[in-house]
Design a protein around this ligand. Structure first.
Ligand SMILES: Cc1cc2nc3c(=O)[nH]c(=O)nc-3n(C[C@H](O)[C@H](O)[C@H](O)COP(=O)(O)OP(=O)(O)OC[C@H]3O[C@@H](n4cnc5c(N)ncnc54)[C@H](O)[C@@H]3O)c2cc1C
Length: 411
């Protein structure tokens, strides 16, 4: 019998378990898959580090600063700004708030004028963390119009950028969320750990005593103070069970309705030469199927073997057709961007992830980990927002709930 059973070794479950362990509780983590990290994992394929879908960390995430040893992750940063393919030409946009020279550069590229500088300054003044957001909640799409961005900046820069963040090209996402992400992106860097995104979960797992994570064990059922595994075995918890099984499985175990999924697809290519630098490359035309390209090895050389480049070509959602059709469409699109060298790229893998995030329209954001009933806490990004920050925070809040209940029991 453990003090606490945590279902799911994603970032929420691992953060929760680590905090409870640090408070002296005996925690058992039960994980259905063969490794830790949940949706944030990295596989080494032919010497390349392939994250499971294109993912990044913002080092301005408050919860990442709180929960992780960021220095130990050896973070490698993207350059701020973006390269944008729009109307037959690649245009580079720097970060207007960090590099004033990028303002005339953006104007020359047809992407930004005085109205956009005014809108960005207004956004920076008004954007705040979710917890303190007070403005009426509208969609992110409406928010960008309300701020006064010009049509070219909205449609060719901000839409593909935030479509890639929220996996929703319509930007039917809470304005409170886009405000928070904008301020996190503006104040910090976009990074990946040198060893791949999977290093985040591995760091959290390393804080737990050996033997406290059971891999390959699927929880089938929640009891009052116990869980039943697929093998039929039962595990009992003295204080609480924390369900941090990802949005869809947590909802299934808890018997509550799940939100809609938001999918993501990534084509990973091996190339001899890098087609771009350390900036994200956006599909300003919004024709697809690829929404954004990142040369991972330019940002973090350890993502590829010496002399090779690793390219992530990421699509919003799940493009129709089979892998061969998707590969052909992506190569045709990227040949227009980077030239005929794209024909020589070697496809390493295609990741199609149906449940990358959940839909986050206005009014849908979670208010944090909560008690489902006596002894059972619901946690995971679904209780906050679909991000590494949201998952880590939900794990901390779940740990706080369990610790507070234990104190009450002892009184
Ligand atoms: C392709 C992609 C791109 C993304 N991009 C970003 C990004 O750039 N930045 C960002 O901040 N966030 C991004 N996210 C979102 C972020 O990864 C998630 O919000 C976060 O990882 C969710 O963590 P979690 O612990 O709540 O859930 P999960 O990571 O889903 O963890 C749940 C765990 O529970 C296990 N489990 C499920 N059911 C059971 C069961 N019955 N029994 C036992 N175990 C079970 C699962 O195997 C899993 O390991 C992205 C996600 C994806 C997939």
């Amino acid at each position: 019998m453990a003090d606490v059973i945590v279902i799911g070794a994603g970032l929420a479950g691992l953060n929760c378990a680590g905090l409870l362990h640090a408070h002296g509780l005996d925690v058992e983590v039960v994980e259905a898959s063969d490794g830790v990290g949940g949706r944030v994992r990295t596989d080494v394929v032919d010497g390349f580090r392939l994250d499971r879908g294109f993912q990044v960390l913002f080092d301005g995430y408050p919860e990442a600063q709180r929960a992780l040893d960021l220095d130990a992750l050896d973070l490698k940063a993207f350059l701020p700004g973006a390269d944008i393919w729009w109307d037959g030409r690649m245009r580079t946009i720097g970060h207007p708030l960090r590099d004033p020279r990028s303002i005339p550069q953006a104007a020359r590229a047809g992407l930004g004028g005085p109205a956009d500088i005014k809108a960005a300054a207004k956004w920076l003044r008004e954007a705040r963390p979710l917890a303190t957001a007070t403005a009426p909640e509208i969609t992110a799409d409406e928010r960008l119009r309300q701020l006064g961005f010009s049509e070219p900046v909205r449609e060719h820069l901000l839409r593909p950028l935030y479509a890639g963040v929220f996996l929703d090209a319509s930007l039917n996402v809470s304005s409170h969320l886009i405000d928070q992400v904008f301020s996190q992106m503006a104040s910090g860097r976009t990074v990946v750990p040198a060893r791949g995104m999977g290093a985040i979960g591995e760091q959290l797992a390393a804080r737990l005593p050996e033997g406290s994570i059971q891999l390959g064990e699927h929880v089938e059922q929640l009891g009052k103070d116990s869980v039943t595994l697929a093998s039929g075995a039962t595990l009992t918890a003295k204080h609480a069970i924390v369900v941090a099984a990802g949005t869809v499985d947590t909802c299934a175990l808890a018997g509550v309705a799940a939100p809609e999924p938001r999918g993501s697809t990534c084509l990973w290519f091996d190339a001899i030469a890098a087609p771009a630098g350390k900036r994200i490359v956006l599909d300003g035309d919004q024709r697809g199927p690829v929404n954004n390209v990142a040369v991972m090895s330019a940002v973090a050389p350890s993502y590829a073997p010496p002399g090779r480049s690793l390219i992530a070509a990421s699509c919003v959602g799940l493009p129709p057709g089979d892998d061969a059709e998707l590969e052909a469409a992506a190569r045709a699109q990227l040949t227009a961007w980077f030239g005929s060298r794209v024909h020589h790229w070697r496809l390493l893998r295609i990741d199609r992830i149906e449940w990358a995030q959940h839909a986050q329209p206005p009014g849908s954001l979670g208010s944090g980990a909560r008690w489902l009933r006596d002894g059972i806490v619901l946690s995971g990004d679904g209780t906050e927002n679909a991000s590494i920050d949201g998952a880590l925070r939900s794990g901390r809040r779940a740990a706080d709930l369990v610790l507070a209940a234990k104190v009450r029991q002892a009184q």
